[in-house]
Design a protein around this ligand. Structure first.
Ligand SMILES: NC(=O)c1ccc[n+]([C@@H]2O[C@H](COP(=O)([O-])OP(=O)(O)OC[C@H]3O[C@@H](n4cnc5c(N)ncnc54)[C@H](OP(=O)(O)O)[C@@H]3O)[C@@H](O)[C@H]2O)c1
Length: 263
């Protein structure tokens, strides 16, 4: 299995690379901007690992990645669109500029890479794409409008792509993580308090869900699974959900995904 993971230099992407490396016959392609982190991971994993240091928002990144994968392997069995980030702030403060830069990375960069690799994925069918969105793509909280807008859009595009690519033998799976402590999303406010610590999961659990949504053929997975209840509540109990998110407990949740440093 030739598997390409974006955002493999930290967090969920790194955990997914480690997990996929344990699959028999797996040969990995690791993508992110920080070459040193990717090289260190590749050296640690050993075997046939291709490192491609790219900023996915750069025009032409997808085409360069496609050319490199074709040259090295001539096929691609799994694409994990995982790279992403969020920049917090109320809309009144951060405005459309924040919406644009977040959608640029969390939607358009993923779509551009997929567009470039789709012909190879079709040639390699049966193959799979896993899009790592978020529970924030189902339920929006104060201060993360740009992030939620990007993930709502990413999920809509994913659902459509799933239907379009099924006849071509390219399975498209969706993974919606809940709160997961990583470098980009430290979840510090939730982890610090005993009353909320239980809500925070690990990148390794999300990596398992990614395997299920890719080679495992599942269409959609929340990780951890109970986060699906939040998505259901937003549709079935919208008033209740707004009261919970707008109430006292909301301040901890609203600040919990603060991105401390811009990637
Ligand atoms: N952690 C959570 O609570 C959570 C919850 C729901 C969804 N998610 C989603 O899960 C995915 C992974 O997040 P994470 O928590 O693992 O965060 P993370 O540790 O910050 O990892 C993000 C990865 O994306 C890469 N990246 C960022 N901008 C990039 C760019 N322009 N070009 C190429 N790579 C880029 C980063 O690598 P470089 O900096 O080296 O480029 C890094 O490897 C994201 O899509 C995120 O939205 C996370």
């Amino acid at each position: 299995m030739i598997a390409l993971i974006t955002g493999a230099s930290s967090g969920i992407g790194e955990a997914t690379a480690r997990r996929l490396a344990r699959e028999p016959g797996a040969r990995l392609v690791l993508v992110a901007r920080r070459a040193d982190r990717l090289e260190a991971l590749a050296a640690e994993l050993g075997g046939d690992v291709l490192v491609l240091a790219e900023d996915l928002t750069d025009p032409g990144a997808g085409e360069r990645i496609d050319a490199a994968v074709r040259e090295r392997h001539g096929r691609l069995d799994l694409l994990v669109n995982n790279a992403g980030a969020g920049w917090r702030g109320a809309f009144a403060d951060v405005g459309t500029a924040n919406l644009r830069r977040t959608l640029e990375l969390n939607l358009f960069a993923q779509a551009a890479l997929t567009e470039a690799l789709l012909p190879l994925l079709r040639e390699s069918a049966p193959s799979a794409i896993v899009n790592v969105a978020s529970t924030a793509g189902r339920v929006a909280r104060a201060g993360s409008g740009g992030y939620s807008a990007s993930k709502f859009a990413f999920i809509g595009w994913t659902d459509s792509l799933h239907l379009e690519e099924r006849p071509n033998g390219v399975h498209v799976g969706l993974v919606n993580p809940g709160f997961v402590a990583t470098e980009g999303f430290p979840q510090a406010e939730l982890v610090e308090k005993a009353t909320t610590r239980w809500m925070v999961s690990t990148p390794e659990k999300v990596a398992e869900a990614i395997l299920q949504a890719g080679p495992g053929g599942k269409a959609e997975r929340y990780a951890p699974r109970p986060y699906a209840l939040a998505a259901a509540a937003r549709i079935l109990l919208p008033g209740f959900t707004r009261r919970v998110l707008g109430g006292g407990g909301a301040s901890a949740l609203a600040t919990s995904t603060k991105v401390d440093a811009e990637p």
